[in-house]
Design a protein around this ligand. Structure first.
Ligand code: SAH
Length: 344
C-alpha cells in the first residue's frame, strides 16, 4: 500500500482497522508526510519507536530521488530529474517569480498523445504516475530549495486527464489544510483536450484553473500538430470547456504554441479571435521550443507581437509566455531523454 497516496480519512481507517491505532496517530502521520514533508519515519519524532518500525515495515515510505538538476544562471529556474522506485525517471521544474515559487510537474512517465512538436511523447507512455509521485515532486523540491511552493502547474510530461483518478487525488491532497495547503486556485492543469474528462472534472468542485492546449484556430491545422484532434473535433472540446466555465466560474486559459509557417499568420490570429469570442478567457502565446527530432521553427518575435496585437484588437486577454530558464531550456523532456540515452 502506498501510504502517501491515501486521503486522511483513508489513513485513519487503515490505522484503525489494520493496526488498532487511534485517529490522532493517523493524523500525526499524515501531517508529517504532507505538511512537514519528512522523507523517513525516523523523523516522525512524536510517534512511539515501535510504531515507527511497524510503519517502516508495512508501509515503506517511497521518496523520489533527485539524480540530476540544472540551474539557470539567468533567472534561477531549476530543472530536476527524479528517479522513481522502479528506476524510471521524470522531470520537474521550479520557477521563481515575484509573486512566489511555481513548480511544474509531470503526470505520467512519457505520454501517448503524440503531439508532433513535443519531446515528451517520443517514447510513448510508459506508465501513469501515482498521486504520491505527483505530490513528491513538489515535496522534494520545497524541501531541497527550502522555499515555499505557492503555485503548481501540471504541464510537465504526460496528459493529466489521461491519468484522471490519480490527478484528482493529487489535487485534493495537495490542497488539503492538513497537508501543504496549496489552494486549488493556485493549481493549473493543462490538457490537450479530452472532452469527457473535462466535463467530469467540472463536477469535482475543485476551483483549479484549466488550460487547454489549443495551438490552432481550426481542425485542419490542429490535426497537423495534435493527433488527438482526429478523435475529437474542436467544437466538442470547446463545448466541454464552456461547460467547465459554466460549472466552475473559473476563467479559462488557452495555450497557443506559435510554429513558424504553420499557425502563426495574421489570418490565424483573426480566426482564433472569432473562435474565442464570448469566452471569459486568457490566451497564452508560447514561442515554440524546437526539438531536434522535428524540423519546427519558432516564430520570430515580430510575428508573435503582431499575432498578439490582433488578438488585443478583438479585446482578448493575451500574454506572451516568458521563457524561463532559456539557458537550460533544451526543450521540455530533454533532460530526461538524454539521461535515458546515456544509461541504456
Ligand atoms: N498534455 C498536457 C500537458 C503537458 S504539455 C497538454 O497537452 O497540455 C504542456 C504544454 O507544453 C502544452 O501546452 C504543450 O503543448 C506545450 N509544449 C509541448 N512541447 C512544447 C515545445 N516543444 N515548445 C513549447 N511548448 C510545448
Amino acid at each position: 500500500m502506498d501510504i502517501k497516496s491515501l486521503y486522511l480519512d483513508e489513513l485513519i481507517n487503515e490505522m484503525k482497522i489494520n493496526n488498532k491505532q487511534p485517529a490522532f496517530r493517523a493524523k500525526q502521520i499524515y501531517q508529517w508526510i504532507h505538511g512537514k514533508l519528512v522523507a523517513s519515519y525516523d523523523d516522525m519524532t512524536n510517534l512511539p519507536k515501535d510504531l515507527r518500525s511497524m510503519l517502516k515495515e508495512r508501509y515503506p515510505l517511497k521518496v523520489l530521488e533527485a539524480v540530476d538538476s540544472l540551474v539557470s544562471e539567468k533567472d534561477g529556474t531549476i530543472k530536476y530529474l527524479f528517479r522513481l522506485s522502479d528506476n524510471r525517471v521524470i522531470e520537474s521544474v521550479l520557477m521563481k517569480y515575484h509573486h512566489g515559487n511555481s513548480v511544474c510537474i509531470s503526470s505520467q512517465v512519457g505520454c501517448r498523445m503524440g503531439c508532433s512538436f513535443c519531446a515528451s511523447t517520443i517514447g510513448g507512455r510508459e506508465r501513469d504516475l501515482t498521486a504520491s509521485e505527483m505530490l513528491d515532486q513538489i515535496y522534494r523540491i520545497q524541501s531541497m530549495s527550502g522555499e515555499r511552493v505557492s503555485n503548481v502547474v501540471v504541464m510537465g510530461t504526460g496528459e493529466p486527464l489521461d491519468n484522471y483518478d490519480n490527478l484528482v487525488r493529487f489535487i485534493r491532497i495537495l490542497s488539503d489544510s492538513e497537508g501543504l495547503n496549496i489552494s486549488a486556485r493556485n493549481i493549473t492543469v493543462s490538457t490537450c483536450g479530452l472532452p469527457e474528462e473535462i466535463r467530469r472534472l467540472a463536477q469535482e468542485e475543485l476551483p483549479i484553473t484549466l488550460a487547454l492546449s489549443l495551438h490552432a484556430p481550426n481542425d485542419d491545422i490542429r490535426k497537423k500538430l495534435m493527433p488527438i484532434a482526429n478523435k475529437y473535433e474542436l467544437s466538442e472540446v470547446m463545448d466541454a470547456f464552456a461547460y467547465y466555465y459554466e460549472k466552475t466560474g473559473r476563467r479559462l486559459t488557452f495555450e497557443y504554441c506559435l510554429v513558424e509557417g504553420i499557425n502563426d499568420e495574421e489570418e490565424h490570429a483573426r480566426e482564433l479571435s472569432r473562435l474565442l469570442r464570448g469566452y471569459n478567457c486568457h490566451v497564452n502565446l508560447i514561442p515554440i521550443n524546437p526539438i531536434k527530432e522535428r524540423s519546427y521553427v519558432k516564430s520570430n518575435s515580430n510575428k508573435i507581437q503582431k499575432f498578439k496585437n490582433i488578438l488585443e484588437k478583438y479585446r482578448i486577454n493575451v500574454t506572451i509566455r516568458r521563457e524561463m530558464g532559456s539557458d537550460i531550456n533544451a526543450a521540455c523532456g530533454q533532460l530526461r531523454k538524454s539521461y535515458i540515452d546515456q544509461n541504456s
